[in-house]
Design a protein around this ligand. Sequence first.
Ligand code: C2E
Ligand code: CA
Ligand code: CA
Ligand code: CA
Length: 279
Amino acid sequence: AKDAGRNRYSYFTPALQRAALNRMRLSNDLRDALAAEGLQVVYQPIVDLRRGHICKAEALVRWHHAERGPVPPAEFIPIAESSGLILEIGEWVFRQAVQDVLRWRTELDEHFQISVNKSPVQFHSEAGMHTRWLRQIVEAGLPGDAVSLEITEGLLLEGGDNASQQLMALRRAGLSVALDDFGTGYSSLSYLQRYEIDCLKIDRVFVHELEPGSKALALCRAIITMAHELGMTVIAEGVETARQRDLLASIGCDLGQGFFFARPMPAAALEELLRQQGG
Ligand code: C2E
Ligand code: CA
Ligand code: CA
Ligand code: CA
């Protein structure tokens, strides 16, 4: 039995073992961080390319690990998804975002919107997750259109009827649904036919390659034309230069987000920007 056991697990090379152990430690530390208020929500401005003002912001979670320093979400979100901890993290981020957008709408800009990332796991866990989000919005006294949810193709791929019904209920309440990382998956176009989506976020791999006469420019132009025909708005992600901003504006892109405008920042810093823009 001992031999059989050893054989069965012999594919666990030391490197794999280390990676598994690392994931387990990170998962435990993440649980502690959530309990000890060791997570932070930062906001990245999203800019109206025609009028040049910040009209919304995307909430992004940050984790500063006591020993390792900042751990990128690309590293800990997948771990949180497989451990289920993403449910609590997601609720926490959402609560912060709802509180912040309520304050900003009341004090600074009555039309300001907040955009929150939703993992597919948050739609699969229980049928009624979305009713909790709706209740929080209603209890805050916010209209649904103060909130936009960013979903990925993964949800539409495996979500089935359950996910589609939740999305429909959220849209009926006035929330908008944005499809994140658009253009990097498999069959995005069939999803656009099957699901009601309000907004496409063009992935930054396209924005990065934007040059006059480039394939990327033709692709972005085609995506924008298609989106507008279907009644959707378009956000370009990863805008890093004035040239990219200008090219995007010249082909009718609605909104832009990226380091050219601003990096993700704490709530207080965004508040300051909004205050300056209001004056
Ligand atoms: P995402 O939703 O595509 O978020 C945009 C990412 O691009 C952010 O990375 C942002 O900092 C980065 N970014 C923004 N502008 C630029 C730019 O001009 N250039 C470049 N190179 N990057 C830019 P971040 O914050 O590291 O987040 C990574 C991913 O982690 C997010 O990708 C999202 O999928 C996930 N994530 C972050 N926060 C949450 C959350 O609260 N819930 C869930 N479910 N996922 C989250
Ligand atoms: Ca996003
Ligand atoms: Ca994205
Ligand atoms: Ca992403």
